[in-house]
Design a protein around this ligand. Sequence first.
Ligand code: ADP
Ligand code: MG
Length: 993
Amino acid sequence: MYRKIAMFGLIKKIFGTQQTRTLKKYQKLVEKINSQEKLYQNLSDTELKGKTTELKKRYQNGETLDDLLVEAYATVKNMCRRMVGTDVHVSGYEQKWDMIPYDVQLLGAIGMHNQAIAEMQTGEGKTLTAAMPLYLNALSGKPVHLVTVNDYLAKRDCEWIGSIFRHLGLSVASLTNDIHPSHRKEIYANDIVYGTASEFGFDYLRDNSMAMQKEHQCQRGHFFAIVDEIDSIMIDEARTPLIISGPTSENRQMYEELKDDVSHLVKKQRELCSKLATDARKELEALECFSEEPKKLSKQEIEQKQDAFKKIWVVSKAVPRHKILKRIRENPDLRAEMEKWELYFHNDVNKEEKQKFLSSLFIIVDEKSNEYELTDKGISACIEKGKGEEDFVMLDLGHEYALIDQNTSLSDAEKMEKKNALVKTDAFRKEKSHNLRQLFRAHLLMEKDVDYIVQDNSIVIIDENTGRPQPGRRFSDGLHQAIEAKESVKIQGETQTYATITLQNYFKMHDKLAGMTGTAITEANEFKEIYNLEVLQIPTNVPCVRTDEDDQIYMSEREKYHAILKEILKENEKGRPILIGTESVEVSEKLSRILKQNRLPHTVLNAKNHTTEAEIIAEAGNPKSITLATNMAGRGTDIKLKKNARELGGLHVIGTTRHQSRRIDRQLRGRSGRQGDKGSSVFFVSFEDSLMRLFATPRMTSLLQRFRPPEGEPVSAKMLNKSIETAQKRVEQRNYTIRKHTLEYDDVMNKQRSELYAFRNEILRSENPIEIAKDLIHEICHSMAYQFASGSHKVFEAKGYRDFLMTHFPVSFEIDEFGTDAEKAANAASEKVLSHFEKMIAFQNEVIIQLHPETKEHGKHKNVLNGIIRNLILSKVDQSWQKHLLQIDHLRSDVQLQSFAQKDPLLEFKQQAFYLFDEFSKEIRTEITMDLFRIQMALPEPQPLSKTKLSFQKDDSDKEIEGKIVSLNPKTGRNDACHCGSGKKFKKCCAET
Ligand code: ADP
Ligand code: MG
């Protein structure tokens, strides 16, 4: 029974050779570092510190970081040696420094400089390992960041490991949530910064979507980052992007109107299934199917039994977690029978019968793929309840437009009106169908107290990895609102995204990226494929002697918990510390109740406070201590054995289920057996665990039938270990596909975002935005001219072009000014518009000087105007980008509907998003250039100079500006006043002269 699991044998075979070669190469460097460090032992403290300046200089003189690696690492190692015995202030305590990097730490450090993920077990000292690549890369003077799991660790590691850098003359700081935006620039100015992923990511978003002056941008760039616990960031958090959002002016949602219809239908289906399930159970009971020794059935009885199972099958397609199903599955024979019927209906021969059964349902739920589907019956029920059938038919806009265009009886204006009405209907139908989908999802696939909790009349998400409530976070895409509707709490308004990025895309921006964690090898492929990061498995400092026992597998959850309790009692008796890992807060609370009933003192770790979390974990190594923790809780703090806990057998880890990924299991096991300590681990599994329920194979059931143990005994079939692993691999693969898919959507946005941010930064950082403004005007005049020559005949439409120019710029044109050549026309137009623009600039400069004569010296007035123009362009960019993001949000939900039309949603999304971005970039240029002519330096009625201020007007409402009414063109809603400030219409004023 006790056996070390050879789980990674295969992976080793594949990766082995490559890994060994790399490690051999690095080992040579390690030897060099060590002999260099010996030499350094003879240096004085000042001489050692002087290394930093020396190495920095050599880098500037052309040596590469690779060239400097040996000396830099030796410098760090030697500094550590000198620090031994000194006091370091960490997290409020004085600690004696006692660390000199081990050789394996040097290996990991070399790997990370070469952009690998160093896989080092818990307790191997990754925090210290990172110090070396951080120091080396910071010698370049470029920004170097270490990404931690939480604020507590950012602070701790900055104080603790940061002391090495401070001794060596480099600056280091921690970036935590409580640091005010106005102080962040100072933090980033340090050579090395410790902080969490979301702090770094949000600062990036703020720098690029909110800063109005380059001085307000706090980050210095993205050179080198090491991500601690990289699997948790890149894999577990992969589906939650960082979002800066705010309320939207446009509200499309209709959850309130639809919620009753949906819950009514769901309820109807539940009732239907409960009846089916109860009938089936009664029939099976009557046939004595639940008894230990089932009786022999007559032909008629066999038919009855078949009918019952068909009913059960129908229920499993509608309410997969029905409690009667659960009871039936507990019996291996009945479980096998259920699987038999699953196969039966899977067979094409029985397709018709399957359809007949399924059509009795309203909704079909597929728990495994986390999807559901309305049947025809379900759709008709919706229509009956709802407001008519046509709402469910999506419009083919292209086709409808063509019909309108062909209709000769309509005037142009009428056509426009009809098209507008169509767009509205289309948006309404899409929104309604989207809201319905999300409401159904909320009812069928989101479970209260598992996926979310209801707290203070609001919905709080439960993190699926940590089991922690996540107040303030919301499910995206309207799902949160749908759940609010389902639970009858206040439905929050729709919000709109101002800026967003996924953590992965944020980290991908770095010139050099590296990572470290105890668990990466099982996801090595994903890291390679998506991030181009190699996983390098670093051997442990001292061989690991932990015993990993075989899984204990039980038929039912009830038996499993009994067994866990027995295990705890047994190990607690011996005095060993025990760590119990649970999948969710719910399970840890359940176990906590069981322990209380049995008078076993214990600590539950699902706190929201990382500081206490770290303290609890630190105590978890005491003899007889029992700690209940959700999986990710306390990551980053290791469990050290206290007193005689080592002799008693070390830490015993109990897993209360196998997780959806082997990586999480390894993470938990890895808590025990650090640095050669004794220890052991065991997992308890039941066939009711979600992993087993959803992904177990029929082979397992047939094994169970043969080996069904007496109540309370574990199933001891070695083959099952393999099967569980196979199930996990399947889930891992599936989750990987989902993550990849999300990233594919995000990649589209990532390209657009980087293009826009680059444009925005160009403006932000330009000393002379007026020149950029002129370029824009020139560009618009040209691109529009070509647009008017792009019709089917390639004939230049001078009139159209003229109309465009006159509605957008305060300049008048005669039609014969243009001729028939687009290029010539564009040149003529751009010359005229630009000359008008320059006149306006000159005039505004005059105004500024009049208002603030002191600015005339050194031409400062020009800076003022440049500043105003920069502001104007930036605000327009931000506004338009937000609008664009909103459209993309809507597009994302709209394309989901395309899958019904047999189209690939991702492909549709890519095409549409590309088209929208194209439109967006045209529009934004046009709007900026228009706005440029609307700068209005107000010359107020005489009043004390100190009170006057400069302002520019970019409001669309008729508004009093500094004592003057600006007239807006009623047709275009634009400000047509002449910009010389005369208040007259432009044509009657400057443009004519
Ligand atoms: P990890 O992040 O790899 O789980 P930590 O960086 O938290 O590990 O370090 C675990 C413990 O090992 C720390 O308490 C630290 O003091 C100790 N440690 C790390 N490196 C050394 C070393 N070279 N010599 C002595 N102790 C070390
Ligand atoms: Mg760590």
